[in-house]
Design a protein around this ligand. Structure first.
Ligand SMILES: CC(=O)[C@@H](O)[C@H](O)COP(=O)(O)O
Ligand SMILES: NCC(=O)COP(=O)(O)O
Length: 250
């Protein structure tokens, strides 16, 4: 049975521009409202420990003002767990963080920190929050996510998007295709995201067991030139065409 493909719009980088001047403009919550009007299925926001883009009051306002499901990306720390349990977003995606990285460089090493993650995954799940783990497309990480009881994984597509078009990118895509099949086989809902653009999204949208893509940086950058509504419309169309060509629905 073909499954629909959801688009979660990540608004972090509206906040990056806002924070460059320390004021209120541009407002990421306004961007979330526009994304909702333009047909996004969800909003994603990453509350980094260093608050370099999204800040605490953005999360409060997103919860109060946006009706779409919020996917809160966060590190698995006590501070973030407390924030998530206070706000109870629809979903929490646990991601790795390094203070010095420019962006999320890799997936969470779930297999290497099962004990540390157990309480966070358990507490979020017990609060009714859908837990997702942001991982590299590696079978061992998927198996660890399953063993921890997380219902969802999000495959990090950064290596695929950054690879030069050709054999290298095809190899990275193959890792994602295999991981998505493995997720299905062991009963995990599969999402994907990071660095996706018009050029790279089609091949990922065509993988029938992936049911959600989270996209931010490219959409916000492109919106500068043609507006967020037009950008989302075009991204949706590329996703839809690729899904349909692969025999699925969007
Ligand atoms: C985890 C992830 O992929 C996102 O949070 C996204 O890329 C935007 O945040 P950063 O650019 O700060 O990693
Ligand atoms: N988890 C990936 C995400 O939310 C968006 O990543 P990007 O498109 O901003 O790189």
């Amino acid at each position: 049975m073909p499954r629909p493909l959801r688009l979660g719009v990540n608004i972090d980088h509206v906040a990056t521009v806002r924070n460059a001047r320390g004021g209120r403009h541009p407002d990421p919550v306004r961007a979330a409202k526009l994304a909702a009007e333009a047909g996004a299925d969800g909003i994603t926001a990453h509350l980094r420990e260093d608050r370099r883009h999204i800040i605490d009051s953005d999360i409060e306002r997103l919860m109060a003002e946006i009706r779409l499901p919020l996917n809160l990306e966060m590190a698995a720390t006590d501070e973030m767990l407390g924030i998530a349990l206070r706000h109870k977003p629809h979903a929490c995606c646990l991601v790795p963080e390094k203070r010095t990285e420019v962006t999320t460089e890799g997936g969470l090493d779930v297999a290497g920190q099962m004990d540390n993650l157990k309480r966070t995954v358990g507490d979020l799940g017990a609060a009714g929050i859908r837990v997702s783990l942001f991982i590299d497309p590696e079978p061992a990480q998927l198996d660890a996510a399953k063993a921890l009881g997380a219902p969802v994984v999000e495959l990090h597509t950064g290596a695929y998007c950054d690879a030069p078009a050709g054999a290298e990118r095809a190899a990275e895509l193959e890792r994602i295709v295999r991981a998505a099949a493995h997720a299905e086989a062991i009963g995990l809902e599969c999402h994907a995201g990071h660095g996706l653009s018009y050029e790279t999204v089609g091949a990922v949208a065509a993988i029938p067991t992936i049911v959600e893509l989270n996209i931010g940086h490219f959409l916000i950058g492109e919106a500068i030139f043609v507006g967020l509504g037009n950008t989302l419309q075009r991204m949706r169309a590329v996703m839809k065409d690729a899904r349909a060509a692969a025999g699925g629905v969007s």
